[in-house]
Write a protein that binds this ligand. Sequence first.
Ligand code: GTR
Length: 416
Amino acid sequence: MNRNNSIFSFILIGCIIAFSTLCIATGQTNMQLPVSLRFENGSEVKSVKDWKKRRNEILRIFEQEVYGTSPQLPPKVNFTIESVNKNALGGKATKKRVNLYLDKFSTPIELLIYYPNNGLKKSPAFLGQNFFGNYSTTTDEEVPLTKQWVPDKGGVGNRADEAFRGIQGGRWPVEKIIDAGYALITVYCGDIDPDSDTEYKNGVLRLYENQGYTWGRLAAWSWGLRYVMNYLEKDNRINSKQVAVVGHSRLGKAALWAGATDERFALVISNNSGCGGAALFRQKKGERISNINKRFPFWFCENFKKYNDREEELPVDQHQLIALMAPRPVYVASAEKDIWADPEAEFLSAYHAGDVYKLFGLRGLENCGFPKLEQPCHAGNIGYHIRSGGHDITDYDWEQYIKFADIQFRKKRKKL
Ligand code: GTR
């Protein structure tokens, strides 16, 4: 290569990098994304009324091709109150343990609930699943070890163990949440269905076996969150119109699907949810469909395997999953070093959900662009931030969720 050629190549590569950086910064992409505001028959979606029909088309595709079909929720919620401590966190909170039962043979779905003792009758709330059992979220010995199967790192030999108590406490800044005036409800995803290919006989999949449902584990966890919502509607200390569903990573994927399938969730928060969560499949820079189907063949429905290395053939992409939340607020968060979840793909998908919000006369991320680290975008109805650090849910993330929820819920609270 002569000198002129190499200078030319150097400039060309520089221009390409600068151009793609600019595109991401403005939210543009040259990926061919499936169009949300066009019906399957090709006609345009022009009004909110049209969108309600189009929404069903998109929901059905996600159900058939990605997450699988799930049963209706049982009409009744059976529960027992296991304990109440009105003087938790030095008197700031009431702590309650509630067990939900799907049938008399099933193992309970155990809820650990903290309500703020701030004199308000009903509190807005965050509901989130945990990875290893409620005992892993706290050093508080009043919370029993889970009796369910736990994955490696959550106990010993797949059984909960005292030595693992509180191992994920850093992900649950209860005091911060209580101080901000929110209740917190956490539940172990494995109480709903174990995160394992071989242990599924212990969860809700067994209850509905041989009834033709195609759900994978993510849909089962989402279904469980919805069942918890049935209970929250009966809990007189929770403002069930202001429940934010939040999840990290695989549980962020489940939180998004719960928000898409159940409009009772007033705010939906996906933390580092990546592939099968907030990230656009078509970006193909982080975890791909073939990777996730290989490592976790039980998370999605069987049809989803058709799209291994064939992302373009999937009739939907994740900006449409985010759009299914509209007009409710939704929040996507990324972490700089979480390349596997692909922050750009998470941002672009949140950005491209904006056309549906616009139809409702609401703002998405159009005035934001791909932000710098620790510069959250909270101005519209789609929130986004990217923070420094890796794959995790941190105090910084929670602080942003609280701020965004404050803006969105506007704190219309009744006094006792
Ligand atoms: C990874 C998986 C991701 C994400 C993550 C997690 O191994 O590839 O999709 O779900 O696990 O849940 O921590």
